[in-house]
Design a protein around this ligand. Structure first.
Ligand code: MN3
Length: 209
């Protein structure tokens, strides 16, 4: 992800709004990208407008420095900065449902660290389905290339000093409610078909470089 700084801009989707259909329809993507994600960008910019010293920091730097931020900015940066960071990766890490499979070194690592693709999928699904309330489930790598799965609440991020996110699934209801209503497990099961494994592999290589 490029190291952008204030003012943060709404990044266009790297595909058409209905490109993820039928797994995620165009209406859901319009609301999710144009309303929810944009609101996080706007709120983050509004907060940072009052803090010139924070305007030079990248999003990752801000999220890794929450403890050191002015108390009056901390909660907004945590929630809105996290919202920007998480949605940009979520949107970027998907593509149309064409039944992709893990490739390259990442495919090897999935096998090594989870036993099989199927076991990876079960664990990732478990993390997504059991996260209470709103949040995210993540596939992460450490600097040595060891993979792990985590869940975070709200717009929180994993410890970015230790882990590089490979991809993540949004389990806020706004990500799926129009189509799936309360059936989060069905949404998560279908989301696996959207994983852009080529981009994931690229992120994995970069994290170890
Ligand atoms: Mn969302």
């Amino acid at each position: 992800m490029k190291e952008e700084t204030y003012p943060f801009v709404v990044r266009p989707l790297p595909y058409e709004y209905d490109a993820l259909s039928p797994v995620i329809d165009g209406e859901t993507m319009h609301f999710h990208h144009d309303k929810h994600y944009k609101t996080y960008v706007d709120n983050l910019n509004n907060t940072l407008a009052d803090y010139p010293e924070l305007q030079k920091m990248s999003l990752k730097e801000l999220l890794m420095s929450l403890e050191n931020l002015p108390a009056s900015a901390r909660t907004s940066v945590r929630n809105n900065g996290g919202g920007v960071h998480n949605h940009e990766l979520y949107f970027d890490a998907m593509k149309g449902p064409v039944g992709q499979e893990p490739v390259g070194a990442l495919a090897e690592a999935v096998k090594r660290d989870f036993g099989s693709y199927q076991q990876f999928k079960e664990q990732m699904k478990q993390a997504a389905v059991t996260q209470f309330g709103s949040g995210w489930a993540w596939l992460l790598t450490d600097a040595e290339g060891k993979l792990s799965i985590q869940q975070t609440a709200n717009q929180d991020v994993p410890d970015l000093s230790l882990y590089t996110p490979i991809f993540l699934v949004d389990i806020w209801e706004h990500a799926y409610y129009l189509q799936y209503q309360n059936r989060r497990p069905d949404y998560v099961e279908s989301w696996f078909d959207l994983i852009n494994w080529r981009k994931a592999q690229k992120r994995y290589e970069e994290a170890m470089a």
